[in-house]
Design a protein around this ligand. Sequence first.
Ligand code: NAD
Length: 496
Amino acid sequence: MAEATATRTKVLNYVDGAWVEPKSAEWRDVINPATTETIAQTPMTSAAEVAAAVEAAAAAFRIWRRTPAEDRIQPLFKLKMLLEDHLDELARIITLENGKTFGESKGELRRAIENVEVACGIPTMMQGYNLEDVARGIDEMMIRQPLGVVAAITPFNFPGMIPFWFLPYAIATGNTFVLKPSERVPLTMMRVFELLEQIGLPKGVVNLVNGGKDVVDALLDHPKVRAVSFVGSTPIAKYVYARAGANGKRAQCQGGAKNHVIVLPDADMKMATQIIGDSAFGCAGQRCLAVSVAVTIGEAQSVFRDSITQLAASLKVGNGLDEGVQMGPVITAQSRTRIELLIATGEKEGAKVILDGRNAKIPKLESGNFVKPTILDGVPSTSELTDTEIFGPVLSLIHARNLDEAIDFLERSPYGNQASLFTSSGSAARRFRYEAPAGNIGINIGVAAPMAYFPFTGWKGSFFGDMHAQGRDAIEFYTDKKVVIERWGEEHSRKF
Ligand code: NAD
């Protein structure tokens, strides 16, 4: 089944409960980044065809919002079981189109499933509150109602997980949903929608439209789309937030990142090296929570520099489907070039490339988009590189005199997705938790990815909006509050 899906030449849209081939003029190649083979073609759907998906979702909303919450979650229980049953097959598709290792693909699917499980609690999570006798004989209640048609636009780096930050909550709260995945990795969601077809949702409740900027603009401009969720780079997140706002839509837009980890000399260096190595080089550094700058203090400078370099140099790079491979390729040839140019920028700015992953050649995969783990030592604390998201397997090392100076570096960063500290001091940990200017904090944790029942809380240039993805924020985002104040005179009821 994985084979059949992965080698399908045409990516289709799923609209109003049916697979449709858009009559789009332009088709783009979907490339396996490890081999650079073309594995599919994906359509650039037109605005008119996007509108058909929105209209189908709007029609479905009339029935879906009247479906009891308990009935709305039954298909999600089925979805969880289907995702479990197809985990390996889906993981293989993710690795084929994204490049990450098979184990990493399975890991992101676990996070996807976790969001389905949490959304199954909607009958409790969606409840409002009330108070009798706000005045004599007058009662007041707050109820939550779904918005209508909601849309999500997702990036290439988690083809299986990120759509699930939105889809389960959106439909469980009674909305209908339109998804536009990244045009670079459309196959995973196509297979997921084949599974969604089997769970008994009325037609039009979930819709899939493939494409790029034109699809995004069509969703942002369609008057029947009430809310937009976006995950991607900061410039596009800002653009989507502004255009959605100008059109009166609710928006939550997650952007790029540049995540710092501070390593204190009292840290367990072996553990810190292992965990920070996984954070910086896992998924080839293409995680919005990847650590990309390590700030060392005191003697951590030389100890950590040596241990992380040794670990990074030992990582086996190759095709993510091959046994024993620990790091896959980056997504495109353009990404590889951009990353290599940024390494050169760091070098020009005075950093020393102590591990150089440029011009990587992997046997039998000579044309693949590979950059091997790279470490830049002594990156100046103010430089182009310290403010630029690299989104590749590159770790910059900076030295600070003390925790104050290290936190200062974080203050100056334009991003605030994640910050981590490695220490054995509770007092330093508390201070860091209190002062670090980022939304997701890790203490002796390298990838502080919130579980599905907590919000994913990027700050600064990493997030535009006020309600985040996942957890209770998802319920806030996907519902409107309505307050009802009621008076029913007692006299009439005394007749009975
Ligand atoms: P991207 O911004 O290029 O694309 C994201 C989505 O926007 C895609 O669906 C794409 O088709 C669409 N898009 C691209 N250009 C557009 C344009 N000009 N107008 C309208 N829509 C457009 O991001 P990417 O390269 O797919 O993903 C990597 C980025 O995503 C990194 O910056 C990473 O940090 C970020 N990211 C952030 C989070 C987070 O939670 N903050 C999570 C994952 C990824």
